[in-house]
Ligand binder design. Structure first.
Ligand code: SF4
Ligand code: SF4
Ligand code: SF4
Length: 284
């Protein structure tokens, strides 16, 4: 299997969906005019434009955020990480599952212009969309996990965290790129209490990143979009993944793998351990 074979199958399916009036629009990738060769989102509404749909190792963007707030019927070309975000949107009542057709495309991993893995792709263990209406297979894809944590828990350090946020200029691009940050009013921009003083200091940056990490706990689909969006070179996933790994290790929960598993952060058991951030155990 190859990208070319996959694109033939994707286009044939999209044509069928439009011909049979199974969807109002197709959300997919097409050629962009950016120097880095990355593909960009396209909305296709008629069969004559289907040739514009492309697929390859530069489909960097997570397309799921383009579904948020839509009410029409959409068929979406979804990488596994995009599909996991769609699952979360449905669970969080942000999308009507009945209106979304998930074209789950097996993903061998996205690469940058030098052929190196994009943020999130090198360590990605979910290469087949966990939920889909139609799967577009690729036999290069061999890695897959179930809805259980894989035990790769590795506590981050506070020093490294400080190093990362030192580079941050609080532009919020990471938040804007993340499927999961859809609040109309982000906590950091609310003025009661005033989280964000006029001067951008380490405390404000820490408040933003720790707050965002908490809001993404059990919701991060490990797509890497936040880190890819950061022009300051902050390893944003280093910060978020502490919470993600914690949820996997403590609760055996991996985000966006199915529509039915109870969300880790929606349950409370009396014997849940109390563990401090960055591995602190003072409350145990
Ligand atoms: S994070 Fe995984 S599914 Fe998403 S683009 Fe990278 S390899 Fe593909
Ligand atoms: S994109 Fe980078 S610089 Fe901007 S807020 Fe996020 S971590 Fe900070
Ligand atoms: S926090 Fe980053 S890696 Fe996680 S879902 Fe949001 S953009 Fe993707």
């Amino acid at each position: 299997m190859s990208f070319d074979k996959q694109i033939s199958e994707i286009r044939a399916l999209c044509r069928k969906l439009l011909d049979e009036d199974k969807t109002d629009v197709i959300l997919a990738y097409t050629d962009g005019d950016l120097d880095d060769g990355s593909l960009i989102p396209i909305f296709v509404r008629s069969a004559e434009d289907i040739w514009k749909i492309k697929w390859g190792d530069r489909c960097w963007q997570n397309l799921a955020p383009y579904l948020h707030g839509r009410e029409d019927r959409v068929a979406i070309v979804a990488k596994p990480c995009d599909a996991r975000a769609i699952v979360q949107y449905v669970i969080e009542n942000q999308l009507d599952r009945g209106k979304i057709f998930i074209i789950g495309v097996d993903c061998p991993g996205m690469t940058d212009a030098d052929g190196d893995p994009r943020p999130g792709c090198g360590e990605c263990t979910v290469r087949v969309a966990p939920e889909y209406d139609k799967r577009i297979e690729d036999d290069r894809v061999a890695i897959q996990v179930t809805n259980q944590g894989d035990g790769t828990f590795d506590r981050r350090s506070l020093d490294r965290f400080k190093e990362e946020i030192d580079k941050c200029i609080l532009c919020y691009s990471c938040r804007q790129a993340c499927y999961g940050c859809y609040c109309k009013s982000c906590f950091i921009e609310r003025d009661t209490p005033d989280w964000q003083p006029a001067e951008i200091d380490a405390g404000t940056k820490m408040a933003f990143h720790l707050g965002r990490a908490m809001h993404l706990a059990g919701r991060c689909v490990e797509c890497g979009a936040c880190e890819a969006a950061c022009a300051s070179g902050v390893n944003v996933r280093y910060i978020i993944s502490d919470a993600t790994d914690f949820i996997e290790e403590e609760y055996g929960f991996k985000t966006g793998m199915d529509f039915d598993t109870t969300q880790a952060m929606l349950t409370n058991k009396l014997d849940d351990r109390e563990v401090g951030f960055f591995g602190g155990t003072e409350h145990e």
